[in-house]
Write a protein that binds this ligand. Structure first.
Ligand code: DAH
Length: 364
């Protein structure tokens, strides 16, 4: 009996003396873990006679409860101390005079959008925009996305309430593709545009945020072929990743608004044990990363915009701007993009004076 109370006193003294969460955890494992001392004692109960168990059971149970309570209490104290220390170190005094001058930097998403605008301006593309609050027709129907397409399911799309006319149903655009429709309906071809902007989907984890950024490309002209698409994407990705050895892999795919559709992968290779974009993805240690969806604009889409598909053809592409930024600048958690943490922005942000230019290197 005294053995058990000695053991309890010893363990509780050790727990009270533990100065870190790791030390508390080590004590917990040593006492209550699978092969801990207290667990060992509890296991002996099964082999005892009823009388013996009646005598020894309560002190052993008391030991277990006492130790568990001491651990929980010590853990809570240390966690609170860690939180207090963190709050103290991250405190900002908003009443201090602003004598440091502006501390801002250009967010990687803005930087990449500027880089893309610069690259495509050089290829003769202008920048088009459209509303983030869209109607169902522009976001889906005109893009040949039938009523049954999964993109229309409520779990993907943020719809606005109180609508009666289906074509006028309002939503937060789920992609930048409706800007294709708006452009074809208001501009005379030939058309060469890119459309960067925010898009929204009801989705959230380490690689998905409810709001993210896409960029759309659209070319409408006479006699446009898949060859023009491939050259354009190759030229764009070489300029964007600032490497001549970019290798593309075009895989057949399906998008309702393009026919045929292709998904575009870019090759990466292993350089000093690091995955680096560039080179043949089939090389040893290399691989392919999907970077774009694209294809030849579906005749039905051209028709929906009031153009004659026998006269006008084109290609389109779309990609995630946040993803491009992550690939180029080596960030791995998308959520950090939208935290507004000054330390992150200081590290990953760009100087407002470093305007991307093709001659200076777009990412400089
Ligand atoms: N809108 C598509 C999406 O959000 C991306 C896309 C694919 C855009 C193919 C295109 C395209 O213009 O041709 O997933």
């Amino acid at each position: 009996m005294t053995e058990i109370s000695d053991l309890k006193a010893g363990l509780i003294a050790d727990i009270a003396a533990a100065n870190t969460l790791d030390a508390v955890e080590a004590l917990r494992v040593g006492a209550l873990g699978k092969s801990g001392v207290v667990t060992g004692l509890l296991k002996t109960l099964g082999g005892m006679s009823p009388d013996e168990r009646l005598a020894k059971g309560p002190p052993i149970q008391d030991l277990r409860e006492g130790v568990a309570a001491a651990i929980a209490e010590r853990k809570a104290t240390l966690e609170q101390a860690a939180l207090d220390a963190r709050l103290a170190s991250e405190k900002i005094d908003m009443t201090l005079p602003a004598d440091l001058g502006p501390q801002g930097s250009v967010h990687p998403v803005s930087q990449v959008m500027d880089e893309l605008a610069e690259i495509f301006a050089d290829l003769g593309f202008s920048v088009a925009t459209g509303p983030e609050i869209e109607d169902d027709w522009h976001n889906f129907t005109a893009l040949n996305i039938p009523e049954t397409h999964p993109a229309r399911a409520m779990h993907d799309t943020f719809y606005f309430p109180d609508v009666n006319d289906a074509a006028q149903k309002m939503l937060l655009r789920t992609h930048t593709s409706p800007v294709q429709i708006r452009t074809m309906m208001t501009q005379e071809p030939p058309i060469r545009i890119i459309a960067p902007g925010r898009v929204y989907r009801s989705d959230s984890d380490a690689t998905h945020t409810p709001m993210f950024h896409q960029i759309e490309g659209l070319v409408i002209d006479k006699g446009i072929t898949l060859g023009h698409l491939k050259w354009t994407l190759e030229t764009f990705l070489k300029a964007f990743f600032e490497r001549e050895d970019i290798v593309l892999r075009l895989r057949p795919s399906y998008f309702p608004f393009t026919e045929p559709s292709v998904e575009v992968d870019v090759g990466y290779t292993l350089t000093n044990g690091q995955r680096v974009i560039g080179g043949d993805g089939d090389a040893k240690g290399g691989g392919w990363l999907e970077v774009l969806g694209s294809g030849m604009v579906n005749r039905k889409v051209i028709e929906a915009c009031g153009l004659d598909p026998d006269e006008w053809q084109g290609f389109a592409f779309g990609t995630g701007v946040d993803r491009l930024a992550m690939l180029k600048y080596g960030m791995n958690d998308l959520r950090a993009f939208f935290d507004g943490d000054l330390r992150w922005l200081k590290h990953y942000g760009f100087s407002a004076l470093d305007v991307p230019t093709l001659s200076g290197g777009v990412g400089a």
